[in-house]
Write a protein that binds this ligand. Sequence first.
Ligand code: LCS
Length: 397
Amino acid sequence: MNTGQKALDTRLVHPPDSQGEGRLLGAVSPPIFQTSTFVFDSAEQGGARFAGTEPGYVYSRIANPTVRLLEQAVADAEGAQAGLAFGSGMAAISSVLVQLLRSGDHVLVSRGVYGGTFALLELLAEKFGIHHTFAKLTDESAVRQAWGEQTRLVYVETPVNPTMELVDIAACARVAHEHGALLVVDNTFATPVLQRPLELGADVVIHSATKYLGGHGDVILGLAAGTDELMSQIRLDALKDFGGITSPFDAWLVLRGMKTLAVRVRRHTESAQEIATRLQEHPQVVEVYYPGLPDFPQQSLYRQQMHGGGGMVSFIIRGGDEAGVKFMDRLELCERAVSLGEAHTLVEHPASMTHAGIPAEVRREMGIRDGLVRISVGLEDVEDIWADLEQSFKSIT
Ligand code: LCS
């Protein structure tokens, strides 16, 4: 069936299957091809598959049918020609960056990224002379101002983890392309349901599918999507030779998760919007960061590139980090855990957890203020989530 013209909700349930491998024997759920290698009918056939003159599988580090279904699913969801799956979000990010950059290149980065991405950028600078600058890429003039002579790539998260600041994707794409550079967007927080970076001009979109795409907190996996040309370069070099592949079973878990992505993201968003609104009125809260709030400072950019605020809410608690830690310790329903985008509501303290590896002064420049608490709003009843947050606030006064 060709579902190319159908809505995203429909395409997520019926992802493309170019070879019919997902429907073997009529299975409605795709088979898990848990195999490391594939038998050749003859030595000649093996040679032809290695030479690329005959299609067919060779070895699961190069391609696997279950993994390929997931790669087609993410490409379709993001409106890309091709997709790639990796063993983690970090494997996706490191493979894409290593493939697209060389020593001496400069990367322009959103002011604020996940702590693991920050550490990877430091490593690339220290060991390979690929330097970077963090900048507030919130409009075109800011992107132009931050541009460097050696800038070959712009790497952004939007919304930024955990400050929820937005980066202007279209402006970054315009300036990057004018200079013959590429734009890579980490779309983990928004998902293709709420934001479509490739349609706004990005060249590569990345996901930690560990989060909303998987959606159930049971898998670590990364994805990338973009043009056939870029994806096949990354597959043949970084993915195959660094070997950061995912397993067929993990690919299957994410394929299953993606079927319900649109429904889940809408529910996460509805509840997060409600929690953010109530937090804003709470006397123990100094400030709330959530793009869906009417007084969110980047309201026009929000309307331009997002279709909802998503499931992540950050806030500054009165009393700083000490109060933040106490608040977390008193939670009963919400879980104290890093990661995000799954059924459970997860609460964490970025300064001591996900972003602890970033020096304190850099963290503050990124907008991670003292007392910042991050909530990944889950799929529980919103009144139960709120009741838990409220009892925890009460217990620390
Ligand atoms: N990109 C973003 C925006 C992330 O938040 C994370 C992980 C990654 C990439 C890396 O993905 P992974 O390798 O873990 O699949 N973020 C985490 C977080 O905020 N809490 O725990 C992990």
